[in-house]
Design a binder for this molecule. Structure first.
Ligand code: XMP
Length: 532
């Protein structure tokens, strides 16, 4: 395992990502982590970048014990300055000008004999490509002098110490960011550090993860323990539920709350896949009326809608949990339900544990989600070490059908935030039909996997149209499709005109109560992906 100490750079999590891509397991912890408190010994340590100046009074510093632990260390950007500052606090100064963007490095070779480790970081990075030496810089401070017994291993025209290494041991620092794709040979540098310098094992594979995780879940839950968890039919909750089922069988209780805001036939389809194909012990609760009656009359406050939907979900789930617990207690070898399954992913964990500055407390991942605070249950989070694409790989490993593994995300509040204005049964019927047509056309055109998320929604206004020879006054459907990598920013998808016309024609002809369709190509920002 490689330990990444996070000093708050926006790129920190990418370091973990690159290591995982090499099948090297890595964990990111706040920079304040004490080495003595770790239960495992890292094969190497990476100090991330960060927004501070090492010489400022409140600047964060790593536990000095890391330098005596006998493990290789790589400092990146702030991490390099932190390392140099540790060895001699005169080494870092404010740069004359800030440096953001591309630079070209020149590599300097040194080592012979005992010092041969020095060249390992950049070993083989000079390949045939013209731009192999392009790197990404993003810093204000820079190194003004070398720490003693360090040598320069790379320079740029603006940074005489773009890369440094200790002559006496495996300590390295680089001013640029190898973890971002703009650094052409960044992966090779990270690979050199992890594999050639730290000799980290490449054991991070999904089948191994499944075995380890099943063992961990069994040890945690014990012979009689029961676990409950909500599922939605989305990839995260389905993968988590399938893993639990592999580990403890029917002592895992999945609950699907049908809030009346699911898509066409969705509850039945999810039930079919989870129970028949995946063997998951699932209870479906039809709470549509409860949700819809509470939403009735809410016109113009999206936040209120979200709160009603979230609050009702918790009520419904909690009362079902009590029933399931009672029923489970009556079976031969069952104990009480003590655990709640959550499909928390690594980005949520990072978000809640990352280092947020000297004056702010460091939150723990247990703050993720609102349900646990209402329940006296312990959390079990089998996906908390995984990125989204790793969850998909895990889903494939667990035999989850590809259609489900690659499904577009669907929000918890469902159609409730795709119907702008009051939610009524009639509007839900219309949106369901229109959405089903839009998505099936997208699938038949072979576009589904090129689009990150697509749906039909409805604006609560009526517009005039003609149907046959009659004037009609009916609802307006909004079609939305976006591409994105992280759902934080997104672009409207550029359909062919003929495709959109075809979808419009089908929806207006086949869905009664619709007079028009509009396509919403707004990017995010300024828009959001959902309507509310
Ligand atoms: P926005 O609309 O904020 O959506 O651009 C970004 C992504 O998050 C999903 N989303 C939600 N998912 N509960 C969820 O489980 C929610 O309340 C929620 N709101 C938005 C949205 O579908 C998109 O993928």
């Amino acid at each position: 395992t490689i330990l990444v100490l996070d000093f708050g750079s926006q790129y920190s999590h990418l370091i973990t990502r690159r290591l995982r891509d090499l099948k090297v397991y890595s964990e990111m912890l706040p920079c304040t982590q004490k080495l003595a408190d770790l239960t495992w010994k890292p094969a190497g340590i990476i100090l991330s970048g960060g927004p501070y100046s090492v010489y400022e009074k409140d600047a964060p510093h790593a536990d000095p014990a890391i330098y005596d632990a006998g493990v290789p260390i790589l400092g990146i950007c702030y991490g390099l300055q932190e390392m140099a500052y540790h060895f001699d606090d005169k080494n870092v100064s404010a740069g004359e000008k800030r440096e953001y963007g591309h630079a070209n490095i020149r590599v300097e070779k040194h080592g012979k004999g005992e010092e041969s480790h020095i060249d390992k970081l950049f070993d083989g990075i000079e390949d045939d490509s013209q731009d192999w030496n392009e790197v990404w810089m993003s810093h204000g401070d820079k190194l003004s002098t070398l720490p003693s017994k360090f040598v320069t291993i790379a320079t740029t025209s603006n940074a005489p110490f773009a890369g440094i290494a200790a002559s006496y041991g495996p300590f390295y620092g680089i001013q640029f960011h190898p973890e971002v794709t703009h650094t052409r040979r960044g992966n090779a540098i990270i690979s050199n550090f992890a594999l050639k310098i730290c000799s980290a094992k490449q054991e991070w594979t999904m089948d191994k993860f499944v075995d380890q995780e099943i063992e961990r879940i069994r040890a945690l839950v014990g012979d009689k323990g029961q676990v409950i968890g909500a599922v939605s039919g989305g990839v995260d909750s389905t993968v988590a539920a399938k893993l639990m089922t592999r580990a403890i069988g029917d002592r895992f209780h999945a609950v699907l709350v049908d809030n009346g805001l699911l898509r066409l036939n969705e509850a039945e389809q999810v039930k079919e896949t989870l129970t028949k194909h995946l063997g998951i012990n699932l209870t479906v609760i039809d709470a549509s009326e409860q949700f819809l009656s509470k939403l009735s009359g809410i016109h113009d406050d999206p936040e209120k809608k979200r709160k009603i939907i979230g609050g009702t979900f918790i009520d419904v789930f909690l009362s079902k949990a009590k029933e399931i617990e009672k029923a489970a207690a009556n079976t031969a070898n069952a104990g009480p339900i003590e655990w709640l399954l959550q499909g928390t992913l690594y980005p949520d964990v990072i978000e809640s544990i990352s280092f947020k500055g000297p004056s702010q407390t460091i939150k723990t991942h247990h703050n993720v989600g609102g349900l646990p605070s209402k329940m006296s249950l312990k959390l079990i989070e089998p996906l908390r070490e995984l990125f989204k694409d790793e969850v998909r790989l895990l889903g494939a490993e667990l035999g989850i059908p590809p259609d489900l593994v690659w499904r577009h995300p669907f929000p918890g509040p469902g159609l409730g935030i795709r119907i702008v204005g009051e939610v009524t049964p009639e509007k839900i019927r219309i949106v369901r039909q229109a959405d089903s047509i839009f998505i099936s056309e997208i699938r038949s055109a072979g576009l589904y996997n090129q689009i990150s998320q697509a749906y039909a929604g409805l604006y609560s206004v009526k517009a005039v149209g003609v149907a046959g020879d009659k004037r009609v006054h009916e609802w307006v459907i909004v079609l939305r499709a976006v591409t994105t990598t992280d759902f934080m920013t997104a672009d409207g998808y550029e359909f062919e005109w003929g495709f959109l016309k075809g979808v419009m024609r089908r929806i207006c002809n086949e869905v009664s109560g619709v007079s028009r369709c509009v396509y919403d190509p707004t990017s995010k920002p300024p828009g959001t992906i959902e309507q509310e």
